[in-house]
Design a protein. Sequence first.
Length: 278
Amino acid sequence: MELNSLSKIFLKELAKIKSSTPHSMEQSRKSIALCRRLLNTFRKKVIAKGFTSISEEIHFFKNVKSVPLSQLIYHKEIYRLELSQPKADKKQIKHFIQKNIQRLNHFFLSHIDFGQYLELGDTHLDTYYFTRKKVESIPISSTFLYVEDPEFSTPRDLMLAHFKAYGQVTVYLQQKLVHLKNDDLYENISSNSFEKLPWPFTNTDWVELVYALSISGMAKKNNLSIMKVSNIMQEVFEFTPKDLYKTFQDIKARKISRTLFLDQLTTSLLTEMEKSEK
């Protein structure tokens, strides 16, 4: 079916937007435009050609249209959330996120029967939920279910899209909450950490140890530069190293032992081990 192919192309274009646009609001803005274009194309084709069978109509409104429609709802939600989220105060940000998670949970609870129908993979009401013939039976007083475009809507296609979109938005908000909690944990560790230890050795000794740790695998495994390893060590020791790269060249030019500091550490450890064995 041609509409299925358009949906697959749409998902690829959506992925390109995500990979090329790191800023969430700009990503959502571009994605919203893409969703609207595909939905407009779908509408024109459905009205012009219709469907060859009830099963084809159900498949479209349940599985095909819901792809761009749910993404449209999702990105409109993300855009709105990012726009209205408090900018500085972390407590306000947490409250904002939690309040919106509660709002989404309220939606799921309010439509729990339909959610269960989807969760269980039921199909016995698909003819009512996902064909246009049943649109006339929708109560106008039910604002969420009210259909403004009966030629391109069914009693539950919009709600289905909301279920899919709100599920994604919930995950998005929960991840933001986790990131905030991790930031708080890091800040608490930093503020309550022990006092930095004095570095009782020389700048050359520092550079020797930094390079030894880096070359032994720490830097490559964690994708760290020499400078980054040194900065991490500075979180523990009260010391400001100088001329890392030049000092390393001086170490390489040594005539006797190139690893004086490491040799000293090894000797001290072996001496202590021998003492403990006596």
